[in-house]
Design a protein around this ligand. Sequence first.
Ligand code: ATR
Length: 280
Amino acid sequence: MSQVMKRACVIGWPIEHSRSPLIHGYWLERYGIAGSYEKIAVTPDAAPDFIRRLEANGLVGCNVTVPLKEIAFAAVVERDASARAVGAVNTIWLENGRTLGANTDTYGFMTHLEQSAPKWRDADRPVVLIGAGGAARAVAFGFLEAGVGEVRVVNRTRARADELARQFGPRVKVFDWSRFDAATRGAGVIVNTTTIGMKGEGVLPVDWCTPAAGCIVADIVYVPLLTPLLVGARAAGFGTVDGLGMLLHQAVPGFEKWFGIRPEVTGELRARLVADIEGT
Ligand code: ATR
């Protein structure tokens, strides 16, 4: 009997920049799965219909990237807890013909942090999030679920940080952008969730005298791999966590749902992505 070829994809507008096919293509090859994973450009107007018709179009599911994540959130039939916390969906699969939308950024970030800097939990110190957009909500949800007592949010636009604090409750404290050093004072983890530092754009005003000894500094930006924030943190003697690991780990749950194997984030996969990033 011939095997049915399972098809998944990533949708976005534009979609050319997506590195997801590199990740899923690697796993399909590694596990010898008869499946495909392609990029499909879908306009915001066409996205709800595309998502409702996934199964009719012969797809087992898809990833969703900018600017379609909020549209996908509205279009799916059911949403997981992280998608509800973030208000955005980046992974869709089918369950009994119904579309289920997940946000795997929380899982991706927390898994990578746990694996590359397990000591982050040792000291019960505040976690500082720079930014208050969708990525910040995904990361805030992860730390709050992990039981962190204080998550500080510092954002250029104060109102968005206030909104995040309203959503997540009293463990979230808001700091003005002009009080950056107060936000980072005594911090055990600092995470940049903004695009600052991407391709060398902008620098974050962190005073490296303020974090606690042993502070872990993470960035969700992965182009370049070593952002100015991570360079500064290393020079000051702090441990760092790059953004590439989050990208790799956030892909795991979708692949497992679509193709039935929980894939491994290997050194070889990471090396392929690093080569691609360094070639840009
Ligand atoms: P995402 O969903 O990827 O997190 P977003 O919702 O557009 O994207 O959020 C982007 C975040 O980066 C915001 O916190 C934004 O700050 P504002 O709320 O003030 O817009 C932040 N950001 C982007 N560019 C920035 C810059 N040049 N300086 C400071 N913050 C910046």
